[in-house]
Design a protein around this ligand. Structure first.
Ligand SMILES: Cc1cc2nc3c(=O)[nH]c(=O)nc-3n(C[C@H](O)[C@H](O)[C@H](O)COP(=O)(O)OP(=O)(O)OC[C@H]3O[C@@H](n4cnc5c(N)ncnc54)[C@H](O)[C@@H]3O)c2cc1C
Ligand code: SF4
Ligand code: SF4
Ligand code: SF4
Length: 391
């Protein structure tokens, strides 16, 4: 039976939870809200399926993958679709094609209090909620079982998620011997997933500070700030605000899941038929397409099935071939390295709660403001020194 001795060994994909026919596994939250499987030994019959299904290791299976992914740059032809998506709107084009065949889409959306959860969509308006990156680990719940039942009902399915979620789903369906011809899997290049509790508490903190309810959230509002900017935004009852606090904590890797620091999928052996990413470094391959800073996608076609689906949407997107070596962004080469204070942060959060732990670690409050001012000064000094060196 599955036992987690080291938190880095579990991505929280839920494959073990879904496979257990005895309902002996519960996904239980840790102090930061990341879920881990816990076995009820009274219900467990030691069948070993949960160990067998776990794909969070270096020998995960990708039997249908091409020798090397085919890399493309691209964006949706309809600029409104690009505006509504995180990068180039390729997910929208792919999911529109699946919906037009009566299919079902699975991806990350919200519950009524903006908790990030995986959801099922059967029309474009439900699908629209799944667009855009949510920088929090999404709660999969029992979605793998729903995907299985849709496939068995002969519906076409598109499942989209982080590489660990897509690897877990494939492994679960393989062990269940489900015919996956009608399943298209899209994974994303993944930097790591932040804590669900920090996201929840940050929303409460904003509401308390502003004395207003949050009506809507946007992890990266590219219409206001452009695709390359990275700020979270909130629509409140009668105003709109943007902050960098959450994003800043994310990129310090102080609140990401422990498995992300040893992620097995930060390479070109992808766990989806198609991989989607922001195309950082696009200028070298096509200096024109993203001049408006509206967003451009990197598309990795990993299987023949993926290639067929890209062919199907080719009249909806503008795309161009890319030399894959020019597209190897950091998380296609290695996992994100975790902040040295990650463990202490978790302990402080458990002991003192959100505001005190965030301020102790200079993520909010006066210490945070001082660090930011120092950073700004350092950047200015650096730029001036560079100018002098050029003279
Ligand atoms: C946590 C996270 C880390 C990322 N790290 C990188 C990175 O390092 N480099 C990079 O180039 N791109 C990264 N991305 C991917 C990128 O931001 C875009 O999601 C991707 O380019 C797709 O853009 P799109 O315009 O085609 O689709 P969009 O319409 O923006 O659709 C986004 C898709 O991502 C899925 N998704 C969104 N949030 C989550 C979530 N929390 N968990 C699982 N699936 C989710 C949705 O289901 C949807 O299918 C990351 C995304 C997330 C969520
Ligand atoms: S990685 Fe997935 S299958 Fe493996 S133990 Fe964690 S939740 Fe279970
Ligand atoms: S060994 Fe079998 S019964 Fe026990 S928890 Fe794992 S899947 Fe369930
Ligand atoms: S970095 Fe790896 S382990 Fe972490 S969420 Fe992304 S795919 Fe999963």
């Amino acid at each position: 039976m599955i036992t987690i001795n080291d938190k880095r060994d579990c991505s929280g994909c839920t494959a073990c939870y879904a496979i257990c026919g005895r309902h002996a596994i519960e996904m239980r939250e840790d102090p930061l809200g990341f879920k881990y499987p816990v076995v009820n030994t009274e219900k467990c019959v030691e069948c070993g399926l949960c160990d067998k299904v776990c794909a969070f290791n270096d020998i995960y299976s990708t039997p249908d993958n091409l020798d090397r992914p085919i890399a493309l740059g691209g964006r949706h032809k309809d600029i409104e679709e690009v505006d509504k998506s995180r990068s180039g709107g390729i997910f929208a084009a792919l999911s529109d094609a699946v919906l037009s065949e009566g299919g079902v889409i699975y991806g990350a959306g919200y519950d009524s209090s903006f908790r990030v959860i995986h959801k099922r969509a059967t029309d474009p308006s439900e699908r629209d909620e799944l667009r855009g990156s949510k920088y929090v680990q999404s709660d999969i719940g029992n979605i793998f079982l729903q995907v299985e039942s849709d496939i068995k009902a002969n519906r076409k399915v598109l499942f989209s998620g982080t590489p660990c979620q897509t690897a877990g789903l494939s492994s679960f369906l393989r062990l269940r011997k489900v015919n996956c011809d009608r399943l298209l899997i899209c994974d994303i290049v993944c930097h790591g997933v932040p804590s669900p509790y920090i996201w929840r508490d940050y929303l409460k903190y904003i509401q308390k500070k502003e004395r207003q309810k949050i009506i809507d959230v946007n992890f990266r509002d590219k219409l206001r700030f452009g695709w390359s900017a990275h700020k979270e935004s909130f629509k409140l009852e009668n105003k709109y605000i943007s902050t960098c606090t959450y994003t800043n904590a994310y990129f310090q890797h102080i609140m990401i899941r422990r498995s992300c620091e040893v992620c097995h999928y930060t390479n070109l052996r992808r766990t989806g038929d198609i991989t989607l990413a922001d195309f950082w470094g696009w200028e070298k391959s096509n200096p024109d397409m993203n001049k408006d800073d509206k967003g451009i996608s990197l598309i990795l076609v990993n299987t023949n099935k993926g290639a067929r689906h890209i062919e199907q949407i080719k009249n909806k997107i503008l795309s161009f071939p890319v030399n894959i070596e020019q597209a190897l962004q950091p998380n296609l080469q290695s996992p994100s390295s975790v902040h040295p204070g990650r463990e202490q942060f978790e302990k402080d959060y458990e002991r003192f709660g959100f505001e005190k732990s965030m301020s102790r670690h200079a993520l909010i409050g006066w210490k945070h403001d001082v660090v930011r001012i120092m950073d700004r000064i350092k950047r200015k000094v650096h730029n001036v020194a560079r100018k002098f060196r050029k003279l």
